[in-house]
Design a protein around this ligand. Structure first.
Ligand SMILES: [Zn+2]
Length: 207
């Protein structure tokens, strides 16, 4: 089994008049995050962490902000592409750990809903999704939200998983199958077992 790790980062400025979406969850707040898409910095950072873990570039590689197609786009679309890249590379997510850094809104009361939504989007158990909130003490980042994400992946070991499935289904191993097949074949050719006499005519004459 091989493992990969990916790091994602994103930041967006707060802006009045746009909805606030963090981790796919719409949050009641006087300001949202400015951005070409819906400004969901958490999903953007997770997307970058996943793409980075399989060396598939970054969110801008797939969704350039210069392309008007992605204006106001739902960021779950970006995440789905990253999940596809992870699967194509033969990996699955083990866990993600996320840090959101902003003065407001406070993340702790929202973390449960965000973790639940992320677990759903990432097809993970909620225990494998961590969301932490920090206030930017001593940092000149009023009016900006920042996010860091680390994602751990492990390779999908198909041969082993097949073995596990065979054990679970009580499927005999290859040598047992060979034994059963050869005994069936020899039985089929042993006409004496049927109690019949061999035909008196040459079967090759039959047309
Ligand atoms: Zn972003």
């Amino acid at each position: 089994m091989s493992m990969r790790i990916g790091l994602g980062f994103d930041s967006h400025a707060f802006k009045t008049g746009v909805p606030l979406v963090i981790g796919g969850v719409k949050i009641e707040h006087p300001e949202g995050l400015a951005g070409h898409s819906d400004g969901d910095l958490l999903l953007h950072a997770i997307t970058d962490a996943l793409l980075g873990a399989v060396s598939a570039g970054d969110i801008g590689t797939f969704f350039p902000p210069t392309d008007p197609k992605w204006k106001d786009a739902d960021s779950t679309l970006f995440l789905d592409t990253a999940l596809e890249e992870v699967a194509l590379a033969g990996y699955k997510i083990v866990n993600v750990d996320c840090v959101l850094i902003m003065h407001r809104p406070k993340i702790v009361p929202l973390a449960g809903d965000i973790r639940e939504r992320l677990a759903d989007l990432l097809h993970l158990d909620i225990k494998c999704v961590s969301v932490k909130g920090k206030t930017p003490e001593g940092l000149p980042q009023d009016g900006t939200a920042v996010c860091h994400v680390v994602a751990l992946l492990e390779s999908i070991e198909l041969p082993n998983e097949h073995k596990q499935l065979a054990i679970a289904a009580d499927i005999p191993d290859e040598s047992e199958i060979d034994g059963v097949v050869s005994s069936l074949v020899s039985d089929a050719h042993d006409t004496s077992a049927l109690g019949r006499k061999l035909p008196t005519f040459d079967t090759d004459d039959l047309t």
